[in-house]
Every structure is written in C-alpha cells, then in structure tokens.
Unconditional design. Structure first.
Length: 620
C-alpha cells in the first residue's frame, strides 16, 4: 500500500447463509465503503480467525464484526460470550444481524456486548447509515463516497448528559435514521438505559414502519423537548425518578391531550392496567413480554384509535355547530291538550315530511322503534313527574322508506299547573346516527383484533368466564375449548416476510371462522396463536369441529395477494370446560398441553386433552 492510500477496515462477516452473505456484500458496495469483507460460516470459525489459527494464520484483525445468531456448531450468542473472554471484546464492535425480533434475543445480544442489533431482511439504506455511524463512534475508516451522517454520541456522552435534558442517545436528538423518509415521531420516557435501548433497537428493526425516537429519562424533562418535537405517540415508563404510578399517566395526559400514551412497565397486574387506561393511557404493555412486532402494532393501534377518537371529537364539534345553526327539529307539546306542534326539520329527521304543523302526540308512535319505546317513555314520564331537571333520550326511528336513524330527543317542561302537573313541554330532536356509528366502531376496535377482525384476548376471556357462570347455573351444560396455531409460521414469516405473514393470518382467521357455528367464538390471542370457544358442545362434538377446522385449513388455497407461496396447516389442542375447574386458566392449560402434544406428534393434527409436555416438539 502506498503512503497516500486511504486506510481500509477489515470486516468479518459471520454468516452461514450464502444469500445473506451476498446481500451484505451488495450493501457495502451500494454504500461505496472501503472495507475488506472476510467471511466465515459460524462462531467457531470466527474465533479461529481472530486467534490467527490455521487456516487463518495470516488473517488481519477485523475492525468490525457482523454476526448472525442462528448458525451450526456455534451460534452468535455463544460467540459473543466467548469473545468477552478475549482482549478483543472491547476493541472490536459487533453488529448482530438476525431474523429474530424477540426481546429476549435483543436483550441477550446487548448484554453480551453487541454494539447494535438489526433484524433481517435488512433495509439497505438503514444498514449503510447505521454501519457508517458505528464506524464514526469507533474511528473506523469505512466511508468513502457515502455522505456522513451526523455523529452519534459516545457512551460517555450519554452517561454525562444532563438528567433534565433529553438524552443525547435519543434518535431524534441526533440525525434521523432514514434521511430520505421521515419517520413517526416517538417520545420515549424511560430512566433505564437498557430498557430504552431495547425499545429503540426494536423500533429500528421494523421493516414496515420507520420511527424517530426522542429519549428522556424523567417526566420533568418532557416540557423541554416539546418545542422541538411533536410526538405522534408517547411510550411511558411508570417508575421514573421523579414520578411513579398513575400520577405519571395523569401528568403526561396534561401535556398530551390527544396524543396516545402507551405505558411500558414491569408491573403485570390486570386491575392496575385497567386503572392506567382509565387515567388516559391508550395501551398497557408489560416489559419482558414485548416483542418488536407487539410494540409496533401497539403504536399503530394507538395512532389509529387516536385518529378515530379525533374524528369523534370532530363529529361532536359538528353537532355543536349544528345546534348553533338551528339544524334541529323543533317540537312544542301541549300536554294538557294532547297535541304537538312540529316544524319541517322535525318531519325530515323522523321521515314524516308531511307532519309540519299541529298534530296528535301519536305522531311519535308512527316512527318510534318498538325496542326503544320503553326506555324513551321511562325518561319522558320521569321528567313529567318532576324527577329530572331535563328530559333526554336516544332512540331509533323507522322511516316510512324502511331506513332507520338514531335521534337525540331533548326537552323541558316550561309550564305546570298549580298541582305541578305538566301543561306544556318544548324540545328539539337531532340526528345522531353518525355519532352512534362512531361509538360502535370504537367499541368494536376495543374488543377485536385489528388485523384479523376476530375477537381479541380480552373479549375471549370475558366470554370464557361467562361460560363458567352458565355451567354453575345449568348443571350438565358443557362447552369446548380449542387452542390452535399455524404450523411453522415463523419459518413462513422468515421466508416470505411479515407482510405476507399478516395476509396468511387474515386468511387463516377467515378460514376457521367459516368452519364454526353462528354462536361459537373464534379469537386471536396473539401472534399466530388462536382459540375457539364452542358453546354447548360435547367432547365428541368439540373433536369433530376441531377436525373440520384442521381439514379446512389444510385445503385452504393461497389468495392472489400471496402467489407462489406454500399452503399452511394447523395443530389443534382440544379440551372441555369442567365444573371443577378453578377458572379459565385450568381449561386454557389443558388445551395448551393438548396443542403441545399435537406439535410433538408431527403437527397438522388434533389432540384431545393432551398429556403434559413429555416430548420436545419439532423446532420451527
């Protein structure tokens, strides 16, 4: 090498998949970096390379190591542990490249010394930017033609950052991860650097969404960053140095009136989770159980819900504007004469366009929905009797055309006789059909899985508890419980990508729902895990239904959205709810054991009341 030649960094790629080796080489070429890439197949070979053992006697010492986790002979985590025992651990940064987005894998890699963690398939632009940024931290001469990103702060700078200011380790405080596409602004309020890193690295690994994360380590630091950042979502720890518990949520809600707040906490308690939601949180996630996909979907869901709630608020604002603009149906009821005056707008809202003028009170009876009559009459009679200050009722009306509408009817007695009997009452009526639809959509959103449209875990568990209550009321009543998931779904996801994986989940949900009776309940509990509740079913009936579901899934044809992909199968565990069960967990445990046994027997089968986990199931 001539004296004027630029120094070149040697990069060691530890990877057993030839395709990933090729993609990594392409990434370096596209970035225009001056690196020499050396390749070995597993961790054992990498240790020999670093030690200069044959056949690597003259191999250079790498300035950077790119490491896969799942390899033969010696995997990535074991390599990291062995590397920590050598002198090179503190001198050579290691970047993990893995298909796994599980929190435990990210945490284990970081704890064993990894400088960064990226989820495959790699986004070429993100890969180049993050490797170059890492090279600047470690003074590695990598960049040649690629533009230099803003340097990330060193670990020392992060430790020395003022606790009252945003951590410099926050992505938004440095350069954006993707300079070509703006990410979703996220504010992370977390005092544990390790937990903050897990969230940040996890969000960086999302292939579909991009996030710009600003990190602060205490609640009092939030106002200082709001002039620079307008977060679309807030991730909030509840155990901060200056705030704990529900007060933290309430205080954050003062700053973020309409921005969704997702609580991240190590406290796993359902009652406390409900209280945080009542205090203003949009979701509640327990640390240690949060996978990247779970967090990303929670953010999507919270933003979707916030958008829908914003539309509801806009609808309510429009309602107020309608009141101001007199877009109301007016009525004037002479109670003592049993007659009522109505205007043209009242006739349009009720569907009785010809009713303008004075008519009998029985006009209402022509359009009032019979299922709502009792509720409306009760509210009206209580007000006439003086029990309420004002009258208000929501009910449906049936138009002569056959359509239905929701109306809000409100009024007040303005004249009574000496015995306090009502003589005259006036009021307005307004169409609230759209508002009711919004309420229904919010209710549906809160109790269904947004991807598949099936019931979510909360709704399914509520229904399961109601089945136990029915068993206690009706001796001899039985119900079936099925636990099922998609065989080799992780392998399918790794091969075709998460977008196709989501499409398969939707198809699978539609398929199992089509195999059930009208009264049965299918639910998605999480990931590829599903459950089915069969009302009033015998053991034989439950097994028969499970086999029907299994066969229908096996026969399912790939949809046009995922051509050239393989079919899917399912394994199913079956149990019957028992009167002596201590609760739903007993039945879920039996069904889960049966599912485990089905997987141990080769998958794509049904097992009833499977035994305890006696065999190690085949790995995905």
């Amino acid at each position: 090498m001539s004296e004027n030649a630029e120094p070149v960094t040697d990069v060691l790629l530890v990877e057993d998949e030839p395709a990933d080796v090729h993609l990594t080489r392409m990434a370096f070429e596209e970035a225009g970096v001056t690196a020499r890439l050396h390749h070995v197949n597993d961790g054992r070979e990498a240790l020999r390379f670093l030690a200069g053992e044959a056949p690597y006697d003259h191999a250079p010492q790498p300035g950077l190591i790119l490491l896969d986790l799942n390899m033969p002979h010696m995997g990535g985590l074991e390599f990291l542990q062995r590397l920590r025992e050598t002198d090179q651990a503190d001198a050579t940064p290691v970047v993990v490249l893995s298909t796994s987005d599980l929190e435990r894998d990210i945490r284990a890699s970081r704890q064993n010394g990894a400088a960064d963690y990226m989820v495959k398939p790699l986004d070429m632009e993100q890969f180049c930017v993050r490797v170059q940024r890492l090279a600047q931290d470690w003074n590695l001469p990598l960049a040649e033609h690629a533009p230099s990103p803003t340097p990330a702060p060193s670990p020392t700078e992060r430790r020395d950052a003022s606790p009252e200011a945003p951590r410099k380790g926050g992505d938004h405080a440095t350069a954006p991860e993707d300079t070509r596409r703006e990410g979703v602004p996220v504010l992370l309020v977390e005092d544990e650097p390790g937990d903050a890193d897990l969230v940040r690295f996890g969000l960086r690994g999302s292939a579909r969404d991009r996030f710009d994360v600003t990190w602060v380590d205490r609640l009092s630091a939030v106002p200082q960053v709001l002039d620079k950042v307008s977060p679309a979502v807030v991730l909030l720890d509840l155990s901060l140095p200056d705030s704990t518990g529900l007060y933290t949520v309430r205080a954050a809600r003062e700053w973020f009136r309409e921005t969704p707040i997702i609580v991240l906490t190590g406290y796993d308690d359902e009652d406390f989770a409900l209280r945080t939601l009542e205090a203003g949180a949009a979701d509640y996630l327990v640390k240690g159980r949060i996978e990247t996909s779970t967090l990303v979907r929670a953010i999507r869901y919270a933003r979707s819900r916030a958008s829908l709630e914003g539309r509801v608020r806009e609808s309510e604002a429009r309602m107020a504007a309608a009141l101001e603009g007199a877009h109301l149906g007016l009525w004037d009821w002479r109670v003592d004469q049993d007659s009522m005056y109505v205007d043209r707008r009242w006739g349009e809202l009720t569907g009785l366009a010809e009713a303008e003028g004075i008519g009998p009170i029985t006009l209402w009876e022509q359009v009032l929905h019979p299922d709502d009559r009792e509720r409306r009459d009760t509210a009206l009679q209580r007000h006439l009797a003086g029990e309420t200050l004002r009258y208000s009722a929501e009910f449906r009306v049936r138009h002569p055309s056959g359509s239905e509408a929701w109306l809000l009817d409100a009024g007040q007695v303005i004249e009574r006789d000496r015995d306090q009997h009502a003589r005259r009452m006036v009021g307005v009526v307004q169409d609230i059909t759209e508002h009711k639809r919004m309420e229904q959509r919010l209710e549906t959103l809160a109790r269904t899985d947004p991807l598949t449209g099936l019931a979510n875990r909360r709704l399914f568990m509520d229904e399961l508890e109601r089945e136990y209550a029915r068993m206690r009321r009706e001796p001899g009543y039985t119900a079936g419980l099925l636990m099922l998931d998609i065989d080799h779904f992780k392998r399918f996801n790794d091969r075709y990508g998460h977008e196709i994986g989501d499409q398969v989940l939707v198809e699978f949900a539609d398929c199992i729902a089509s195999a059930l009776r009208a009264g049965d309940r299918a639910a998605r509990l999480g990931g590829e895990e599903f459950a089915i509740l069969l009302h009033g079913t015998s053991p034989e009936g439950a097994e028969h239904t499970a086999e029907r579901v299994r066969a229908r899934v096996e026969a399912m044809e790939p949809q046009p959205e995922r051509p050239n992909t393989t079919g899917v199968t399912t394994s199913i565990g079956v149990t019957i709810l028992r009167a002596d069960d201590r609760g739903a967990d007993d039945a879920l445990r039996r069904a889960d054991d049966a599912l485990y046994a089905a997987k141990s027997r080769g998958r794509n089968c049904v097992v009833v009341n499977g035994s305890a986990r006696e065999e190690e199931p085949p790995k995905d």
